[in-house]
Design a binder for this molecule. Sequence first.
Ligand SMILES: C[C@](O)(CO)[C@H](O)COP(=O)(O)OP(=O)(O)OC[C@H]1O[C@@H](n2ccc(N)nc2=O)[C@H](O)[C@@H]1O
Ligand SMILES: Nc1ncnc2c1ncn2[C@@H]1O[C@H](COP(=O)(O)OP(=O)(O)OP(=O)(O)O)[C@@H](O)[C@H]1O
Length: 292
Amino acid sequence: MKSLLNCPAPAKLNLFLHVNGRRADGYHLLQSVFQIIDRSDTLHFSLRDDQELHRTNDIEGVPAEQDLVIRAARILQAEVLRRTAAMPPGVNITVDKILPMGGGLGGGSSDAATTFMALNKLWNAGLTREELMALALPLGADVPFFIFGETGFAEGVGEDLQPVAAPDCWYVVIEPGVACPTGQIFTSEHLTRNTPPVKMSDFSSYHANRQDLRQFGKNDLQQVACRLFPQVAEAVEWLGAYGDARMTGSGACVFVAVHSEEQADAVLAKVPAAWTGWKAKALKRHPIIAKL
Ligand SMILES: C[C@](O)(CO)[C@H](O)COP(=O)(O)OP(=O)(O)OC[C@H]1O[C@@H](n2ccc(N)nc2=O)[C@H](O)[C@@H]1O
Ligand SMILES: Nc1ncnc2c1ncn2[C@@H]1O[C@H](COP(=O)(O)OP(=O)(O)OP(=O)(O)O)[C@@H](O)[C@H]1O
């Protein structure tokens, strides 16, 4: 097989997530810190002899044509054709998924971002990071972040990003076994949309001045998700015995920060059998950067 490339698509945690307002198009103005962690889907890319784009494996609930991976590949293929007047070769893509869908971990968005970056390389397309981020935004508010590739402070709808230093710690993550549809959370009548803006330096100095791992700010989507999905509320309560437990993104996953891998293992040993739990380390950068 020619040009096989295996690439990670890591998860993110929203260390806090404030909803500051709503735009005329219904999208919400957010502030958040997106933390990259070392738990990833893995994507395998191989070039074909024709110009077709195929996903080689089945993913329950996601037909290939709707998969963000195939949609990302189509967008980049069209852009390469526009720029060079030549169609790049087709690609087979296998998606090894371990990140739960509707988990608030950005799995689908990360798969799409990895596809943009890997195919930019495989096709020698030469797009800059900024160009890829602009192409990616229509696929979802989180996709540009994963192309940006650094733990960062996000504003706007999540596309206005700056690198930020965040605690160098481990996280224990619980999957409560439900999928939270992002749109349903954002359109809830119970969502508060008026958290006052913070400055990036508020986040940095909060963490610089303390030894404990209590979290800055809050997740404004958490109350709504807990109301709609009591399983999320249960996970927040259970994990809260081990620290400042919080939901990521629009849910459903819940995380807590701990100082060491040993502490993470100690919490994991107690996770009730009905839930899936795992540990992950905080990363400063996207792991694909070292590969491409
Ligand atoms: C909440 C976060 O997970 C934080 O990381 C993301 O901002 C969500 O990003 P995403 O999953 O890529 O979401 P998208 O596919 O762009 O949007 C799904 C739906 O969520 C709502 N949505 C999303 C992002 C945003 N800033 N405001 C919104 O109101 C919109 O109703 C949209 O139709
Ligand atoms: N490759 C993919 N992996 C996962 N979901 C995909 C993929 N392609 C399309 N989707 C669709 O995107 C939806 C959201 O999946 P995703 O894993 O990104 O959720 P999420 O972790 O809640 O995201 P976020 O944190 O960005 O809100 C899925 O329910 C699915 O229908």
